[in-house]
Design a protein around this ligand. Structure first.
Ligand code: SF4
Length: 295
């Protein structure tokens, strides 16, 4: 891992993600090295010729002036890095940010693929408003290991349960949904009692990782090669349109609320997480620079 410490002026930037508010990325790069990472476009903007996943810039910023200015605003951590990557254990920049902002009244949304977040449990419990999302797009640890170097699915599920039991709002972010590989119903059954909301997002292939993923499918899942070709080379949206309908039916069958592209504010009864569909966010925002990544 190539690690550099860098000084930045500000750590909060206006977000153009569907949730709005502000984005905070205490690191540039991400050692979880997901093969499908949408954030890998960051290489272009940050002068990093290295492969995505092997460099990490650790950010230090000027003291945040007037944290109360963010009261009631959404502050999303980790749109283009995982705020709880393994190096956070050493550098603690996410922890430093949360400490600085803990009395701000901001509404924090943290997305991660790591159980390191449990280290900050007490601090998270003291924040006025907090949502923690764990990205889980498979229950198959082998597929997960093929795709990323983050915590095992088992550890993510355990961490989700601990946070949920401690009263923190949790999200299972089923993303990116790999056609025919991501089994949404099975994941739903596993998490329905340990999360408040389920977010869903389709796999979107673009840039350099498109061929990486398509080659992987051809090699490991040749039975789906034609399907992936239809979706990702011929732009056929019927698979995901049908999947949307199936998910809506699954929500109805299980008495779960189903909405598109918005945060759910109300509490949901145990076993009935709200289901939020973020499919085709690229159509909603229409730009490669949305930079949304799947944790
Ligand atoms: S998808 Fe998220 S966790 Fe994975 S490498 Fe990208 S930023 Fe890191």
């Amino acid at each position: 891992m190539i690690i550099k410490e860098v000084k930045v002026k500000s750590i909060l930037t206006k977000s153009n993600l569907p949730l709005g508010g502000y984005s905070v990325n205490p690191y540039i790069g991400c050692s979880h090295a997901c093969k499908y990472c949408y954030a890998s476009f960051m290489k272009r903007f940050t002068n990093h010729p290295e492969e995505w996943g092997i460099f990490l810039d650790v950010k230090y910023w000027d003291k945040i002036k007037n944290p109360q200015k963010y009261s009631g605003k959404i502050v999303g951590l980790g749109s283009v890095t995982d705020p709880y990557n393994p190096q956070e254990k050493i550098y603690k920049r996410t922890l430093a940010f949360l400490e600085e902002m803990k009395d701000s009244g901001a509404e924090f949304v943290i997305l991660t693929k790591s159980d390191l977040i449990l280290r900050d449990l007490q601090l998270l419990k003291n924040l006025k408003k907090i949502i923690v999302g764990f990205s889980i797009n498979t229950l198959d640890e082998n597929f997960k290991n093929d795709m990323d170097k983050a915590s095992s699915i088992e550890k993510r599920l355990k961490a989700m349960k601990i946070l949920y039991d401690e009263g923190i709002k949790t999200v299972c972010f089923i993303s990116p949904i790999f056609p025919e590989i991501t089994n949404i119903e099975k994941i739903f059954e596993k998490v329905r009692n340990i999360c408040d909301t389920i977010w869903l997002e389709n796999l979107n292939l673009r840039g350099s990782f498109k061929s990486t993923i398509l080659n992987y499918i051809n090699e490991k899942y040749p039975q789906y090669s034609i399907l992936y070709d239809e979706i990702y080379n011929k732009n056929d949206k019927s698979y995901f349109r049908q999947l949307e309908e199936n998910i809506q039916l699954m929500a109805e069958k299980n008495n779960c609320k189903y909405v598109n592209n918005k945060l759910i504010e109300e509490d949901n009864p145990k076993g009935h997480p709200a289901i939020v569909n973020f499919f085709y966010h690229e159509e909603v925002r229409g730009s490669e620079n949305t930079g949304r990544r799947n944790k």
